[in-house]
Write a protein that binds this ligand. Structure first.
Ligand code: NAD
Length: 305
């Protein structure tokens, strides 16, 4: 593997995604200083990363290349709280602050100005590909930020996946929310169709095999249904609550720009109803369980079931 221009990274948020990402960085020879509010990850990471007690202590002091701090946190509220806990004041001039979580684009743009006031640069680099993509280093990374700094961070991000520079700061977060709006919509649409097929008497595995060679295919039919719904494991590692957060961001963006959003609005309603009915830590693929729970017990008499 070629030498990375960045040798030291601070990393805040060692959860489902942060965990495998940090492991990949450490395996690539990067010196990682990590912090998480939960005590669990600290012991898991004892031998891999230097764990520090406060977010401000993750900022690398003497690595090669620009100091880099990565955030992999649930949402903009937590990002701002962590920055307010001393991390913002600890950023040294030239530091690249890379928010890889799925945050709100407008809040990211506002934060970028506060970060710039410290002489540091904010980059948004949210990801798609889930826990399996984070583990395999095959995430798609949607990067927003200025050209020179994005170029400087790209070799490091390439350890984690496929880097796409999509625009200025905030652009990555906007695109990520829109991506998840598409994903949430087609998981609902595919699931309704597959449940209807099941009630008609079709085998879901047979339907998926046919659809995945047809125009109805999507990430939901190619990945989520075969890997998490059919085996009834519902363990994709992406929480339903985080999906609801993302699609609300996307709907807000659609409404703010005046784009058509009738389906987006209905999608947000349905996912929010599912979130209220399911356990707080439900996996997003459990939306299918929720749909099943709402199935009619009175099948259409025209079907032969
Ligand atoms: P997670 O809840 O598993 O991890 C978040 C981590 O942040 C936790 O370990 C938590 O303890 C920590 N944290 C919370 N508040 C903190 C604070 N104040 N200070 C320090 N640490 C704090 O979530 P995740 O699934 O890893 O997702 C992280 C981000 O990535 C989210 O924005 C999510 O939408 C996005 N994302 C997740 C997936 C996925 O498949 N899980 C895929 C793509 C994007």
């Amino acid at each position: 593997m070629p030498e990375l221009p960045v040798r030291a990274v601070g990393f805040v948020g060692l959860g489902r995604m942060g965990d495998p990402m940090v492991r990949r960085l450490a395996a690539a020879g990067v010196d990682v200083r990590g912090h998480d509010a939960a005590p669990g990850p600290r012991t898991t990471f004892a031998d891999l990363v230097t764990i520090v007690d406060k977010p401000a202590e993750v900022v690398p002091v003497d690595g090669e290349g620009p100091p880099v701090v990565v955030l992999m946190l649930p949402d903009s509220n937590v990002v701002e709280a962590v920055l307010g806990e001393g991390l913002l004041d600890a950023l040294t001039p030239g530091t690249l602050l890379v928010d890889m979580g799925s945050s709100e684009p407008m809040r990211t743009k506002a934060l970028a100005e506060r970060v710039a006031a410290r002489g540091a640069v904010m980059i948004d680099a949210p990801v798609s590909g889930g826990v399996s993509g984070a583990t395999a280093g095959t995430l798609t990374i949607m990067v927003g930020g200025p050209d020179a700094e994005v170029a400087a961070i790209t070799p490091l991000l390439a350890v984690l996946g496929r880097v796409r520079h999509v625009g200025p700061v905030g652009a990555g977060h906007a695109l990520k929310a829109l991506n998840n709006l598409m994903s949430a919509s087609h998981l609902l649409a595919s699931s309704e169709a597959l449940l209807a097929g099941e009630r008609f008497g079709l085998d879901p595995a047979v339907m998926l095999d046919a659809v995945n060679g047809s125009s109805g295919r999507s990430g939901s039919t190619e990945n989520k249904w075969p890997n998490f719904v059919l085996p009834e494991t519902y363990n994709s590692g992406f929480a339903l609550a985080l999906m609801v957060k993302d699609i609300r961001i996307a709907l807000g963006l659609a409404e703010a720009t005046g784009a058509p959003s009738a389906l987006a609005a209905r999608t947000v309603e349905l996912w929010s109803e599912a979130a209220a009915a399911l356990a707080p830590d439900a996996d997003h693929t459990e939306i299918v369980r929720w749909l099943r729970a709402g199935e009619s017990t009175d099948p259409d008499p025209r079907s032969d079931r």
